[in-house]
Design a protein around this ligand. Structure first.
Ligand code: SF4
Length: 406
């Protein structure tokens, strides 16, 4: 695992006024990475560009960076970003980055707007922009904090076909039959490979709530019903949720085996946020159904997943999931259409649950086990369960590794 971190988050007094912005959760992450044999690259692009502290604060305005006195310091910022990029990329392994929020160098997604009035605008700092152009997953310290598990904020794990055995790893504190979960359909019975009892407890000391089965649209349940487990997890305090699902890999777009979901296309024709204002109490947290879906699968969690897989020597692909209604599998024409759409995996779960989790402000990781190729002849529910069983050990070690790294 290779982690790139802004130095000021680790206590280095390199900010413009000579201060640091130490983040305990990022320091703890760095320790975990080092303890597991990983590499941590610390960077301060502004120092690397020759800007010593103390100095005047600077903000990004368009493509330029200006100091408080109006001096154009863009060239120093660009030089420092390029030097830091060389350090970040000086190895074969693709890193992921945790960077100081809002900074004109390190800011991810939001930066001060150049007016020096504490006004934020969408965009990246100069260094973060270079990382984004190279496809490096990035997060701010706020995301690391939000993903850090605790007894109050356990990690929710929702398991799919043939993957429910992970529930056996939980040291249980409490069990909750799905029949006690508000909104979960009372008539539902588990399909083969699923079980309907949530377990609250720990996996390797990490607080978790594991849901070892789910219901699907193809069983006749509504979008609100199939997302009831997500709202339950949110009610229990979970801020991070890991979905695992069996899918078909689209030929030539993804291999069979383990994968990380980078994004999705909702082809189910349903959305769980339809009628959000009339549903359960959690939905009152959502101001409007018009939820921004950018980075719905948290880049930081994807970075952790790839780092853990690399450490374990596991092959982990990444791609776009198409969520379909099912239960029939795809025709050859549909497989061709999915390929044209840029789809890597196709499945009958996870997409609606992810929409719900994201709307509720949760950090989402989507893991998939592509048990077959989409359109392959002879695929049955039994063959999916059989393929899942063959990958059970590596799936288990991947999930355990991810949980202990959070
Ligand atoms: Fe921190 Fe980045 Fe600014 Fe350096 S350039 S002080 S690491 S935010």
């Amino acid at each position: 695992m290779r982690l790139v971190v802004s130095e000021c988050l680790l206590g280095s007094p390199c900010r413009y006024d000579g201060s640091a912005k130490t983040c305990d959760e990022v320091c703890a992450l760095v320790k975990r990475v080092l303890d597991t044999g990983g590499e941590v690259v610390t960077v301060c692009p502004e120092s690397a560009g020759g800007l010593r502290a103390p100095r005047l604060p600077a903000e990004r305005r368009g493509d330029k960076v200006y100091s408080l006195d109006g001096t154009d310091v863009t060239s120093s910022f660009v030089l420092g970003a390029q030097r830091s990029l060389s350090c970040a990329m000086a190895a074969d392994e693709v890193p992921f980055a945790v960077l100081k929020s809002k900074s004109p160098s390190c800011g991810v997604g939001l930066v001060y707007d150049g007016t020096h009035t504490k006004t934020l605008v969408a965009g990246n700092g100069v260094f973060a922009q270079l990382l984004e152009e190279r496809g490096i997953p990035m997060a701010t310290e706020n995301v690391v904090r939000a993903c850090t598990p605790s007894v109050e904020h356990p990690v929710a794990v929702v398991l799919g076909s043939g993957l429910g055995h992970l529930a056996g790893l939980v040291k249980p504190v409490r069990r909750i039959p799905y029949s006690e979960i508000p909104g979960f359909p009372a008539s539902a019975r588990p399909v083969a490979g699923h079980s309907f009892e949530a377990t609250v407890g720990t996996i390797d000391t990490v607080p978790v709530v594991v849901y070892p089965g789910r219901v699907h649209l193809y069983q006749g349940y509504s979008a609100l019903e199939v997302t009831s487990l997500v709202r339950h997890a949110r009610r229990l305090g979970c801020r991070t949720i890991l979905f695992a699902c069996a899918t078909g890999a689209v030929p030539q777009a993804a291999p069979k085996g383990l994968g990380v979901i980078a994004d999705h296309i909702n082809l189910t024709g349903c959305n769980p946020l339809v009628g959000w204002s009339d549903a359960e109490p959690e939905l009152s947290l959502i101001d409007t159904g018009f939820v921004d879906m950018n980075d719905v699968y948290t880049p930081y969690l994807r970075g952790i997943a790839h780092g853990v897989a690399n450490d374990l020597g596991l092959s982990l692909s990444e791609g776009v999931l198409a969520g379909v209604l099912g239960p029939s599998s795809e025709t050859q024409a549909e497989v061709q259409a999915l390929k044209t759409l840029g789809v890597s995996y196709v499945g009958m779960s996870t997409v609606l649950e992810t929409i719900m989790a994201h709307a509720l402000g949760m950090q989402v990781l989507g893991l998939t086990l592509a048990t077959n190729y989409a359109g392959e002849v002879g695929v049955s529910h039994e063959s999916v369960l059989c393929a899942a069983a063959n990958h059970a050990e590596e799936f288990e070690s991947l999930v355990r590794g991810i949980l202990t790294m959070l």
